[in-house]
Design a protein. Sequence first.
Length: 148
Amino acid sequence: MRVVPNTPIHTAATNLDRVLATGRPALVVFETPGCEPCRALGPVLDALAQDYTGRILVVRVTAGAGWLAARHHLYYVPTLLFCAEGREQARIKGNPGEAAIRAHLEFLLTGIEPPEPADGPRHTLASSFGPPPRPERPRGLLPAIHRS
């Protein structure tokens, strides 16, 4: 028996590849806690998951990890990726509203009539890459160099 979700799938970044490996068309939304445009997008994603049940997966991913931002070239949240066969087909930065998202989803499904480019309100994603910097030792505590 195959389960067909009619609500957005909340997944960790580490499971995203498994979700995309299904090959099904997907709307992947990268968001962060406390992001107002992300929060406003929630009810829209719920409605889209209902309306596109069985045709498109709606996936929500918390974009807190620096490696995730680097891998998917994320600079803003929310960032919406429209994927088919496991690959990105289109991208929207910010929350452009339901009509623009629906136009992109219809194009993803049909390939007919490309939608107008869309962007919306967003927040800049602040991530650090790599390990945290090591604190410098105070210069007064550096070992003395003895010259003979």
